[in-house]
Design a protein around this ligand. Structure first.
Ligand SMILES: Cc1cc2nc3c(=O)[nH]c(=O)nc-3n(C[C@H](O)[C@H](O)[C@H](O)COP(=O)(O)OP(=O)(O)OC[C@H]3O[C@@H](n4cnc5c(N)ncnc54)[C@H](O)[C@@H]3O)c2cc1C
Length: 453
């Protein structure tokens, strides 16, 4: 009988579930389909309600996972097939090639420096962040191993100046590369870790239980919605997190994407993308009011003279200490305006943004002018959920999150015995809720293993 469990998703929920189960003696496979564990929390600047530095809290946990004798991390890995057995599950996975020997790479970065091509990166591309074709997703990434962009390896980036590809002999035949600058730099460092001929690896596991911790994504506004996409100085709340972040593309300077000028007036528009029409989110994402309050407080910490206003609908301060957090934001001088602006327009000369709305107190038409607009967009299900649902034979709810067996009495159980949920895979929630659910889901998996049931 296998004493292993599989956790799908290496965000803060998956990380905590892995550590709990591993401390109870389970062998844990923690898989993520991206090159690093960390999830959404690794992108955030600070976290409400304490405003602690997000990565400073998460990175030690990631490090603990990496060094735990009972945990095996499988990044760049996708679930392919799951077969239920009397004892648990037979699972087939595919680990996509990183084109790097993980035993030899130390994350020294010599290859990154040597790579001649920069492209917009996954985290910060929209606000000017770039990465090389060989890259570490973020400085604290676990595993601390670079990855080579498959587009580079397969020769699709030649026009952009990539040195790899375009040879008469394919990398899978030729096991040394005299042209790739990353290969050369790595050999010069004495490591020889680049493996351009590496192929995807099929993995088979037998596990007693599976925890789905596949998390959530940030909603991307339709082009033109409140000026998004048309006006460079209209960004989302996730992009603003990156703008405030010392590890982000501006090194934490809150400057405008259009002209790199320090921002003096910021407006947040809440509930962007929410509504009853097709393509809009028919639910409240719960955390956005606190995210806006947090971002406003941090903006004031950066520059106390910055003017801030928040256009909101129904204020949600549902958690412990959240009301006090909202009051703190108000005490710093933010103007909360209980209305929905009509739209956002750009002044073509200054690139400032004009926001027309009806003042809820006077009924008068008013217009505000600001340097930067932050759209508070909601949290949506991971786009990989349908595939996961199919492989695991579990159900999604009408919104696309996973469906619990019973929302009141079995909120972490799926319809399949031995498959549990935690974190954002069930719906929008905050970090402390994700961590609490992770503890409960991992206990269910541990008990199943210990009981032999
Ligand atoms: C802008 C913004 C600011 C926020 N600020 C705060 C804050 O200040 N305080 C707070 O408490 N909360 C905050 N939150 C919410 C917080 O980010 C979430 O509560 C938390 O990230 C949920 O963690 P999770 O592990 O469930 O999901 P995630 O962090 O989304 O992690 C899920 C992981 O699963 C992986 N994955 C997904 N699908 C698959 C698959 N099919 N196979 C393999 N791997 C998969 C993903 O790559 C990811 O690594 C914020 C959210 C946003 C968008």
């Amino acid at each position: 009988m296998s004493d292993s469990i599989l956790i799908i998703g290496g965000g803060i929920a998956g990380i905590n579930a892995a550590l709990n189960a591993a401390d109870y003696g389970c062998h844990v496979y923690l898989m993520d389909d991206t090159p690093s564990i960390g999830g959404m929390m690794a992108r955030l600047d600070k976290t409400f309600p304490t405003n602690d530095c997000s990565i400073c809290i998460e990175a030690p946990k990631m490090y603990e996972v990496d060094n735990h004798p009972n945990i095996e991390i499988l990044t760049n890995t996708e679930l392919r097939k799951v077969k239920k057995t009397d004892q648990g599950f037979n699972v087939k996975l595919v680990q996509k090639a990183r084109f790097i020997d993980p035993e030899k790479c130390t994350g020294c970065g010599a290859c990154i420096e040597a790579c001649p091509v920069s492209i917009p990166d996954e985290m910060d591309g929209k606000i000017g962040g770039t990465r090389k074709l060989v890259y570490l997703p973020f400085p604290q990434a676990i595993p601390n191993i670079v990855a080579i962009d498959p587009d580079c390896r397969y020769g699709n980036m030649r026009e952009q100046g990539a040195c790899v590809g375009g040879c008469v002999v394919d990398c899978s035949q030729c096991r040394e590369c005299p042209i790739a600058l990353c290969v050369k730099a790595c050999i010069e460092e004495g490591k020889d870790a680049v493996r351009l001929w590496q192929s995807n690896k099929n993995l088979k596991l037998n596990v007693r239980a599976i925890i789905v911790a596949a998390g959530l994504m940030s909603y991307e506004p339709e082009p033109g919605m409140f000026g998004y996409g048309d006006c460079q100085n209209v960004i989302t709340n996730l992009e603003f997190e990156r703008l405030m972040n010392a590890g982000g593309p501006t090194n934490g300077e809150i400057i405008r994407p259009s002209d790199q000028r320090h921002v003096k007036r910021i407006a947040w528009v809440q509930c962007v993308g929410r509504g009853n029409k097709e393509g809009l989110l028919p639910y409240c994402s719960k955390v956005c009011c606190m995210i806006a309050a947090k971002q406003m407080i941090i903006s004031k910490e950066h520059d106390p003279s910055v003017e801030t206003l928040i256009f909101y609908n129904n204020l949600k301060a549902y958690g412990k200490d959240f009301w006090a957090f909202h009051q703190k934001a108000k005490s710093l001088g933010v103007r909360y305006i209980n209305t929905r602006p009509w739209d956002v327009f750009e002044d073509p000369e200054t690139r400032n943004l004009k926001i027309p709305y009806v003042n809820p107190e006077t009924g008068q038409y008013v217009e505000e002018e600001v340097d930067l607009v932050v759209l508070s967009t909601g949290l949506i299900p991971s786009d990989r959920n349908p595939r996961l649902a199919k492989s695991l034979a579990i159900e999604q709810d009408h919104l696309g999150f996973f469906k619990e067996q019973d929302p009141l009495l079995a909120p972490l159980e799926s319809g399949v015995d031995g498959v549990y949920f935690c974190g954002g895979s069930l719906g929008p929630l905050d970090i402390s809720e994700s961590v609490a659910q992770a503890a409960a889901a991992s206990m269910k998996a541990v008990l199943r293993m210990k009981d032999g049931s």
